[in-house]
Design a protein around this ligand. Structure first.
Ligand SMILES: [Zn+2]
Length: 96
């Protein structure tokens, strides 16, 4: 049986492909590809995408700011609770 690639005269070795075309398919994912992969093409970035990314960053910054405010708020509550506990302990230890 011949290689299934059109125009190839080699005997088929693996999965209907000759060794050359099989290796080519394994290497590049395409048995008809004659050239090795060059440098990878630059990923396409459209303005819509980068704007969305910018919006994501803005959203994260906002969340971070809110989280910081919440932490400050909780620290205030903690300080108040501490003060309250101290107050109660002083009252308890106060001899009447
Ligand atoms: Zn072939």
């Amino acid at each position: 049986m011949k290689c299934s690639i059109h125009g190839c005269i080699n005997e088929a070795a693996v999965r209907g492909l000759c060794r050359m075309h099989y290796m080519r398919a394994r290497r590049t994912g395409d048995a008809t590809r004659t050239h090795q992969r060059g440098p990878k093409p630059k990923p396409f970035v459209d303005p819509e995408h980068s704007r969305t990314e910018g919006q994501v960053i803005t959203g994260l910054r906002r969340q971070l700011a809110q989280a910081k405010l919440r932490i400050a708020e909780l620290r205030r509550h903690l300080a108040q609770a501490d003060a309250h506990i101290r107050q109660l302990q002083e009252q308890k230890n106060r001899p009447y």
